[in-house]
Design a protein around this ligand. Structure first.
Ligand code: ADP
Ligand code: GN1
Ligand code: MG
Length: 381
């Protein structure tokens, strides 16, 4: 099921994708299979399997970019080209494998990074990184630790990236007060007449209004440093090496922009330290696990290699709380607006998602002292 906005452009069937889209890219071999892949909420992702002349298999990731969300695909791809080239050089210098440790784009036959179809849809293709696993849920704390190490490492590798050359692909992406303003506008407009049914949730957000500028105001006054951040550090935006279990490649680079380390830390906690799925209906199953919070904190600090300032360290729990509250607010906004942004798979899906986030926020508030104690202890290790 999709929101209205995502349906505005005519969708392509598999046959047309095979006939029109795949041939626009410099792939090797003959297409054997095209299948939907992954669980992203934004883009449309396919795995393309080709058989080469030597009877080998080549796989690709084909994505239709959601242009309702990413309004300027050229700028988006320019960011990704720059970031991946920069990372590839660093990985190579460190003796790693740039083809497995960063995303690699497959050019179009015209030599570009994007192909536009007759309906105005934009497509791009990456090398499918073989021998990897993408996890939708944390199975054990070590997985979360490995993902944290990879995201921390990503942050450290980009520490000297020229941030000024990046386009702000989604302005104010994690500016929580501006997300709150969007939320209030959605409540006032109430276009689907859904506000009455979610008064408790609306109150939950409004009761926390005083916290919302904790990160943005400190970025503005310079007491928190602006860094190049990923901004969407969900567990399923990491590919793990199937052989070693290590976090191998950070993917979904669409939202790489200048931001705060607290965005990356916080967003990863809201997803990875939860004891249940993002869309779990039974809220009794949702809590912030201290064990998982600690595993992520340990991995992230190690990956960042001691580069976080004292203020960033102090505010890690606030990062977790604010990113969780902000995401819940975004899900609730989308529910109020008729599910036009995040892909949904059932009625009320965005409301279920919002509720898990608010349950997590409440639990973090109750465990606040323990969260602070973990950060302090891990920092001293
Ligand atoms: P979205 O923005 O919709 O989340 P992603 O770029 O995260 O899209 O891709 C969706 C899923 O596709 C990922 O969670 C992952 O499972 C898979 N994926 C993406 N890129 C690759 C890749 N290069 N190699 C293997 N799997 C990939
Ligand atoms: C979206 O694309 P995906 O599924 O990795 C969203 C994130 C949210 C997340 C919630 C561009 O991420 O900001 O935190 O859903 N991405 C965008 O699951 O809005
Ligand atoms: Mg993703």
């Amino acid at each position: 099921m999709r929101g209205k906005m995502a349906d505005r452009k005519e969708q392509m069937g598999m046959k047309e994708i095979r006939k029109q889209v795949v041939p626009a890219f410099e792939t090797e071999g003959v297409v054997e299979k095209i299948e939907p892949h992954g669980n992203g909420h934004i883009n449309e992702t396919y795995r393309v399997t080709c058989r080469t002349e030597e009877n080998g298999i080549k796989q690709y990731v084909l994505q239709r970019i959601n242009t309702d969300v990413f309004k300027n695909p050229d700028e988006l791809m320019d960011n990704i080209s720059r970031v991946t080239s920069f990372l590839k050089e660093k990985v190579e210098k460190n003796g790693g494998d740039p083809l497995r440790e960063t995303l690699s784009m497959i050019p179009t036959k015209g030599g570009g990074t994007l192909w536009k179809d007759g309906n105005g849809n934009y497509w791009r293709m990456y090398v499918f990184i073989d021998g990897t696993v993408c996890m939708e849920n944390v199975e054990k704390p070590e997985d979360l630790y490995s993902s944290a190490l990879a995201f921390g490492n990503f942050q450290r590798l980009l520490a000297d990236f020229p941030a000024a050359c990046l386009h702000e692909v989604i302005p104010n992406f994690h500016h929580t007060p501006s997300r709150y303003a969007d939320f209030n506008r959605a409540v006032e407009a109430d276009v689907c007449k859904r506000a009455e049914g979610v008064e408790e949730e609306i109150r939950f957000v409004r009761d926390r209004e005083g916290d919302l500028a904790a990160i943005s105001s400190r970025l503005e006054d310079g007491s928190l440093p602006l860094r190049v951040t990923h901004n969407d550090t969900k567990l399923n935006n990491i590919l793990f090496d199937a052989a070693t279990g290590e976090g191998l490649c950070v993917i979904d680079l669409d939202t790489v922009m200048p931001g705060s380390s607290l965005y990356d830390f916080g967003d990863a906690i809201r997803f990875g330290a939860s004891t249940g799925a993002e869309d779990e209906k039974n809220l009794d199953l949702i809590a912030c696990s201290l064990e998982l919070f600690e595993a992520y904190t340990r991995g992230y600090l190690k990956g960042c290699g001691g580069s976080l300032t004292a203020q960033e360290m102090r505010m890690l729990p606030m990062g977790a709380k604010l990113m969780t509250l902000e995401c819940g607010m975004r899900f609730l906004t989308d529910y109020l607006q008729g599910d036009t942004y995040f892909r949904i798979h059932r009625e009320g899906h965005n409301l279920d998602r919002a509720r898990t986030q608010f349950k997590l926020v409440r639990d973090m508030e109750e465990k606040w002292d323990a969260l602070e104690e973990i950060v302090e202890r891990v920092n001293k290790e």
